[in-house]
Design a protein around this ligand. Structure first.
Ligand SMILES: CC(C)(COP(=O)(O)OP(=O)(O)OC[C@H]1O[C@@H](n2cnc3c(N)ncnc32)[C@H](O)[C@@H]1OP(=O)(O)O)[C@@H](O)C(=O)NCCC(=O)NCCS
Length: 178
């Protein structure tokens, strides 16, 4: 697949395979400081399901596993009609940062997606991950015209609201029976 000569050492990008699981976990642990076995086992399984198109990639620099990108193709989720590539995780080994690994992964991803007729890549980034955000900005990611929302299932306002409803219901039942 793609090559990216940098300081004389070539970065080769290839497809990520289930055999890369341990390499992915180790690289991620280098980046985040903790092993996330369960997360990556589930993600690799999901992203490499035989039925789906496989777009996840691995980078090797001088034969060493130097980076990876986990992505999948979504069809028609969230009411969209066009397929979209969803990027779950990207990581470059700290020893290989700034040597074109991240750029080579994205370049190959874009090439592959173009071939598949997929026009957009979507991802979600933690607000705290400002450095990753800056890299994604450099890779021309921009805020999408959709808002990501979340709610706390233990939100006290909702609990209070439910209690008020239950009280009102009980009162109305008592009024009917009395
Ligand atoms: C973000 C990350 C993937 C970048 O990888 P990298 O291999 O160091 O980046 P590259 O060397 O390919 O850089 C490509 C371009 O992006 C720019 N760039 C790299 N990191 C950048 C950053 N943090 N902010 C702004 N620009 C950045 C480079 O200057 C370079 O620019 P150029 O093409 O104009 O020369 C890497 O730093 C990383 O893995 N960070 C941690 C990500 C993370 O937390 N992932 C979740 C857990 S795995």
């Amino acid at each position: 697949m793609g090559t990216n000569p940098n300081e004389g050492v070539k970065t080769v990008v290839r497809r990520l395979t289930p055999a890369d699981l341990e390499r992915v976990i180790l690289l991620d642990a280098k980046v985040t400081g903790r092993r996330r076995d369960g997360y990556f086992e589930a993600k690799l399984k999901e992203n490499m399901a035989k039925a789906g198109i496989q777009v996840s990639l691995a980078a090797e620099t001088g034969g060493i596993f130097s980076g990876f990108l986990l992505a999948k193709v979504w069809y028609g989720e969230f009411g969209t009609t066009e397929p979209v590539a969803v990027l779950d995780t990207i990581g470059a080994h700290p020893d290989f940062r700034g040597r074109g690994v991240g750029a080579a992964l994205f370049e190959q991803l874009r090439t592959n997606l173009r071939g598949l007729g997929i026009a957009h890549i979507r991802t979600e980034v933690s607000w705290d991950a400002q450095s990753l955000m800056a890299f994604l900005h450099h890779e021309r990611f921009r805020p999408a015209p959709r808002i990501c929302l979340e709610a706390d299932v233990e939100d006290p306002v909702l609990i209070e609201r439910a209690a008020r409803r239950a009280e009102a219901e009980e009162a109305s039942e008592q009024a009917m029976s009395g």
